[in-house]
Design a binder for this molecule. Structure first.
Ligand code: ACO
Length: 328
């Protein structure tokens, strides 16, 4: 097994205070708590208020991660933000976070890969550290998913929430760090999960908004099937690259999209459920924020100890997927 190039020195997360329960959704949608819990495992999710920003979450998660890593903000030379819901179209979310955290001149840019955005960020950060281009990278992931969801569509509105996370990556000095990564995408499957308009082909207009074509469309059943297959494959590929087996995994932290997807993925990846971190019941699917939110909770609950083999895996719109294997 090769020596790791980069180590995750600290992780942080942030979620809005405002909670929306299934009972709240029952008031506006033709749905029920029982249906949502049975099909998804979700009981509540968080939502940013109108006067709050996703940048608030990124800044809070970053401060948390920097404190835990024992790294000063002034040492950060690169900020990478995995998000598909930047606070505004320009500049990048990473530049807005930089300004909020105190400025400076670190390189700052976004990675757009939907839900696996944080795993893509970690992988880019690892590569920049390996090449010597960076030494201290702030790798963020998060989304204000409510901003792209049709709140009147019961197929999607029940699933999502807002949330964000951050990691500080530094050069590895021993066997702890990122052991292997496996990223993939299948752009031919974009119709499974996409936003029809609002991009440069068809910029926002009153017609686009009236037809709700600036909001998410999803083929739920198809997403489910591809998600399980691709996440299980990514797990096996990352483990194979590191010369490890499913039995070596101490903790699997999968994308928190749906409890049934999590359970099916763990089964196909060969990891028993007692080694799987689950908090989808409290946050729903926070897209790129979901894995760091779960990871931080695992750490606070004492489920994450130095030296453990941790497997992170995710999927999302693109279709995209990725796995990152870490010795914690
Ligand atoms: N409440 C009550 N009934 C509902 C609801 C609801 N919220 N939503 C759908 N139904 C109905 C349907 O209309 C359908 O009724 P019918 O049988 O009369 O036609 C029935 O329930 C079953 O619907 P299905 O879509 O077949 O239900 P399924 O078991 O597939 O569950 C779900 C739907 C939860 C969306 C599931 O397919 C899923 O989780 N898919 C993955 C979605 C996902 O994870 N997306 C995020 C991707 S990540 C990213 O990048 C954003």
């Amino acid at each position: 097994m090769r020596k790791p190039f980069a180590r995750i020195a600290g992780v942080g997360s942030a979620a809005p205070d405002f909670v929306i329960t299934n009972a709240d959704l029952e008031k506006t949608l033709e749905t029920s708590d029982q249906w949502i819990v049975e099909r998804t495992g979700i009981r509540e999710r968080r939502k940013l208020r109108d006067d709050e920003s996703q940048t608030d979450l990124f800044a809070a998660a970053s401060r948390d991660a920097l404190t835990r890593a024992g790294v000063g903000y002034s040492s950060v030379d690169t900020i990478i933000c995995g998000t598909c819901t930047p606070a505004r179209r320009l500049p990048s979310a990473a530049c807005d976070v930089q300004a909020r955290l105190g400025g400076g001149t670190a390189a700052a840019f976004d990675v757009v890969a939907a839900c696996p955005g944080w795993l893509y960020s970690l992988t880019v950060a690892e590569g920049m550290i390996a090449s010597g281009a960076s030494r201290h990278v702030l790798a963020l992931g998060g989304d204000r998913v409510w901003s792209i969801v049709d709140q009147g569509d019961r197929n999607t509105a029940i699933l999502f929430g807002d949330g964000a996370g951050a990691a500080v990556l530094v050069p590895a000095t021993d066997d702890r760090g990122i052991l292997a990564t496996s990223l993939g995408a299948e752009g031919t499957l974009s119709d499974l999960l996409y936003i029809p308009a609002g991009g440069s082909d068809e910029p926002p207009s009153t017609q686009v908004v009236a037809e709700k074509r600036h909001l998410l469309r999803m083929a739920g059943r198809e997403v489910f099937k591809v998600a399980v297959r691709r996440m299980a494959q990514a797990c096996h590929q990352a483990l194979g690259k590191a010369g490890l087996r499913a039995e070596d995994v101490d903790l699997l932290v999968p994308h928190q999209a749906n409890l049934r997807i999590i359970n099916a993925t763990a089964g196909e990846a060969g990891v028993p459920l007692e080694k799987v971190m689950v908090n989808v019941q409290h946050y729903g699917n926070t897209s790129a924020g979901s894995i760091p939110l779960a990871l931080v909770q695992a750490e606070r609950e004492g489920r994450l100890q130095p030296g453990m083999v941790v497997l992170l895996v995710s999927f999302g719109a693109g279709f995209t997927w990725g796995a990152v294997l870490v010795r914690w």
